[in-house]
Write a protein that binds this ligand. Structure first.
Ligand code: GLC
Length: 601
């Protein structure tokens, strides 16, 4: 009996020991499966204040005084502002440039890689040869979230192919006044369309997990109310109560946070007279605490200089409000010295610095930048591929909104003579708009692609004669005329307008064509609705093509009936300027064409 008891005690003891052994010697997380937070905390614990402040510093590549400043100042991020391209503006040229920077960063003491940001807002649009998609106003008119996600996935591949891992996109501004020069960067005038498209694009860029092979970091911008400024003034003042700000301008951010957006850019604009970059309530209390945004906040280009006080005060105000990374973007030495001084004086707490750095490092780790910091060259060959162009062409087709059609569309492909006219018929630069190759964009043959005229020529039968006359003279005797007019490229405040009438040149072109008294199709290539009441009587059909990008054949696909027009307006179309601002839901609402309007065949 005694032996049995001893035996049972030994067995029970062994069982207890083995369980506790499992518990003590093999913790649920052994060293190489630390949680992400544990890894970040462990890294931050090793960092000097200079290394931490460096991580919060973003510099435009063109402002680097010495490429070794990347390691001398422990820089955390570089960007290419609009047009800030390598001397060899090719996918490989970009990838080589980014790798040259990264190879310096990963030689620092703690080997923390850079994160490189760019405005890939309608394709990787700084890069020559990249596929340029329709700007957001056109993507919005597709109302096709799945397509928008596919477009973002494609763009992510073309961004990765250039060695870049972060796009300052999607712009989820709710543009409430089409006089604003950034109307085309917005999906439309309601939170409804913002929620649909912004969630889709974040998922397209980031995937369901930032560590996925094809993922890049997205950036919802510009937080918050950038599209609500008085008179549509860029970087202006949005005057409204908090309930209105939350109802109109916040829903898109809630959707992107749900989709896991890893970064958000703060707006230049003001809310009731106070610059967003300094409003702790909105940046920290609402976005980070109430809505649980766990990524990092980046300031806009030089936005801190717009705040009150000297540079140290501006920096303290913005960082204490909740900005985690500062897009300086040029005078990084002064910025770093000033932020270090702010920490020394206590103007900025070490807790705030640590929080900002942890947010940034967590995203870098999630992106896998520590494991694979250099360009994935398998994507480089895909930049500008025909497969990608087909996706963009599909976006163009679905973005077109048919506003008028006196049974002239679709045109037959075998008409004997087609007359094409207008300033925007054969200009790839004009059909791409701003943020293309350069910041402002430009007219002319600026990158590879197909103009609308080339698309028409490719679509018609071999026996059809297509004649192009920019000013519209000589249309007599043709079976039909296609007149492509609209805007020339602009970006940001340079696009703010007080008059959205058709230009005198475009009007005269239409008058010249009208003399021929033949079926006339007008195509508007513009970043927003324009005042067209005075040309309605000179057109038998009107198609809004927005800023379609490089795949002009998407327009001819619809003109000749291979595809029906399916686009629906995301902006109310005004009769005249006196109606602006004009938005769906206004008490007095009498547009020329209403929100969600669009004809088909
Ligand atoms: C610009 C824009 C912003 C862009 C940033 C970097 O001024 O406001 O949308 O992402 O600077 O180019």
């Amino acid at each position: 009996m005694k032996r049995l008891i001893i035996f049972l005690i030994v067995i029970v003891g062994f069982v207890i020991l083995s369980c506790s052994k499992t518990k003590n010697d093999n913790p649920t997380q052994d060293d190489n499966t630390q949680t992400l937070d544990q890894k970040v905390d462990a890294l931050v614990a090793q960092m000097t204040l200079e290394e931490k402040v460096g991580q919060m510093t973003q510099v435009d590549r063109s402002a680097l005084q010495n490429i070794d400043d990347i390691k001398n100042y422990f820089l955390g991020s570089l960007l290419s502002g609009g047009g800030s391209a390598p001397s060899e503006n090719s996918p490989a040229g970009w990838a080589d440039m980014c790798d040259s920077y990264q190879n310096i960063a990963i030689k620092t003491r703690l080997k923390i890689p850079l994160i490189y940001g760019i405005d890939a807002v309608h394709g990787n649009n700084n890069v020559k040869g990249a596929v340029i998609f329709p700007h957001n106003i056109g993507m919005g008119c597709t109302w096709d979230a799945a397509l928008a996600q596919k477009a973002a996935e494609t763009t992510a591949e073309e961004v990765l192919g250039t060695g870049i891992n972060w796009t300052f996109s999607p712009c989820i501004a709710v543009s409430r006044d089409i006089r604003w020069g950034r109307t085309y960067e917005s999906f439309g005038e309601t939170p409804e369309i913002q929620q649909i498209m912004s969630q889709a694009e974040v998922l397209g860029y980031q995937g369901t997990d930032l560590s996925n092979a094809g993922s890049i970091l997205a950036c919802a911008k510009h937080y918050v109310g950038d599209g609500g400024t008085t008179g549509g003034k860029d970087q202006g003042n949005t005057i409204c109560d908090e309930a209105t700000l939350r109802a109109i301008h916040l829903p898109g951010y809630i959707s992107t946070i749900k989709a896991g957006v890893g970064s958000i850019m703060v707006s230049y604009s003001s809310w009731n007279g106070v610059k967003l970059s300094s409003i702790k309530y909105l940046l920290t209390d609402v976005l980070k605490t109430e809505l649980g945004f766990s990524g990092f906040l980046v300031s806009d280009w030089g936005a801190l200089y717009q705040l009150p006080g000297d540079f140290k005060a501006q920096i303290a105000s913005a960082v204490n409000a909740g900005i985690d990374m500062v897009m300086v973007p040029t005078d990084y030495k002064t910025f770093i010295a000033s932020l270090l001084a702010d920490v020394q004086t206590g103007a900025v707490s070490m807790d705030r610095i640590n929080d900002a750095v942890k947010r940034i490092l967590k995203i870098k780790m999630k992106l896998g930048l520590f494991d694979h910091p250099l360009a994935n060259r398998t994507y480089t060959a895909k930049v500008g591929s025909s497969a990608h162009r087909e996706i963009a062409r599909e976006c163009v087709r679905e973005s077109l909104v048919l506003l008028k059609n006196n049974k002239v569309l679709p045109l037959a492909k075998n008409l004997s003579k087609i007359f094409v006219a207008g300033s925007n018929a054969d200009d790839i630069g004009n059909q791409c708009g701003g943020w293309t190759i350069s910041w402002q964009g430009s007219s002319g043959n600026i990158t590879a692609g197909t103009t609308i005229l080339q698309g028409i020529k490719n679509a018609v039968s071999s026996s059809t004669q297509v004649t192009y006359s920019k000013d519209g003279t000589g249309a007599g005797g043709y079976d039909a005329a296609i007149v492509v007019i609209g805007e020339t490229p602009y970006a940001e405040g340079n696009g703010d307008r007080t008059d959205l009438s058709i230009s005198a040149q475009d009007y005269q072109t239409l008058v010249n064509v009208k003399y021929a008294n033949i079926p006339t199709v007008v195509i508007l290539v513009s970043g927003r609705p324009m005042i067209i009441s005075n040309i309605l009587d000179k057109s038998d059909a009107i198609l809004a093509a927005w800023l379609p990008g490089t795949e002009g054949e998407g327009v001819s696909d619809v003109i000749f009936g291979d595809y029906k027009p399916v686009g629906k307006l995301t902006h109310s179309w005004p009769k005249d300027m006196s109606q602006l601002p004009l938005n769906y839901g206004d008490q007095i609402y009498d547009p020329l064409f209403p929100y969600k309007y669009g004809l088909t065949y």
